[in-house]
Design a protein around this ligand. Sequence first.
Ligand SMILES: [Zn+2]
Length: 363
Amino acid sequence: MIRKAIFPRCYLQGKDILNNLGGIGELETKKLFVLGTNTAVKQIIPVNLSSWQQICRIEYETFSGKCTWDEINRVRKIAASHNCDFIMGLGGGKAIDTARVVAWQLGVKYIAAPTIAATDAPTASACVVYNDAGAIVDYFTTANPDYVLVDTRIIARAPVRFLVSGMGDALATWFEAETCDRSHFKNICGGLNLRAVMAMAHLCYQTLLEYGRAAKISCEHKVVSPALEHIVEANTLLSGLGFESGGLSCAHGIHDCLCNLEGTHDYYHGEKVAFGTMAGLFLETRPQALIEEVYAFCRSVGLPTTLKKIGLEKVTDSQLKAAVQLVFDNKESYLHNIRVDLTPEGIIDAIRMADAFGGKEKN
Ligand SMILES: [Zn+2]
């Protein structure tokens, strides 16, 4: 099998860079169609519009809030009627995914401009499409963005829980890439891992340990500090390249199990992935010192370390069994990227162990 990694063409990050669209030269005199979330259309576009109009021609539309096929078709018709050269997704993961699919369908260049650092979706080629009820109906790959444009002042002004959740998603990156690499499992782009990606995945973990707490405080005070910039890079670029070209495994597999339990529905992706990472530490027999390090990090930034903190205080073994079995029965699940002797009971034991270990600490 070949080794493979995929990347966005250009990654730009900095304070106030959205105001001049990152200085992207090829935008000049072209037409840019922006799909923005409600907040972006009300708060971000008005203060930047006149500056953007000096660079290129602008059209924009408000995102409905859901990445469904109906919404993708609606946005595609509008974008096509404008005959645009570039499409920019401005908002969270769902707005970015919708714009990504539309740009891919229309064959125009794509700019991902995340306004939060809650997940590692912006750099990726992978897209998730939902139905109106919020269940996943399609998962497929398009193309990595031509540009990823991350304005750290906008990220600093977003609610801190998004940044912390992004750290939870990024926390899984090294562990999952290492598991896939060690066992020669395919990564998300369909190859074996390159050393370059393993180095980025490890740097992702180190960056969280070194700068996570300071970045959280920075975001609480809406300050763009170097620590915040390092964590935005870890959450967005390092984690994004790390998951797509390094592979997913236990943390996201257990996240998928937890998502089958209603109590977790108010919790963010990265919060549940962080708990899945902790369960994975026990499932994969990681050494005590490493387990202590991960828990200490999670407590320091406020990521959940017990089932209670992800809405599952009273979850029974039979509820857990049903939730795990659903994912376990899917042979395509990342859960199977762990070990050949994996059983649902073993996964439940690891979830219970992660909860018990978290409960032993002073949180
Ligand atoms: Zn994730």
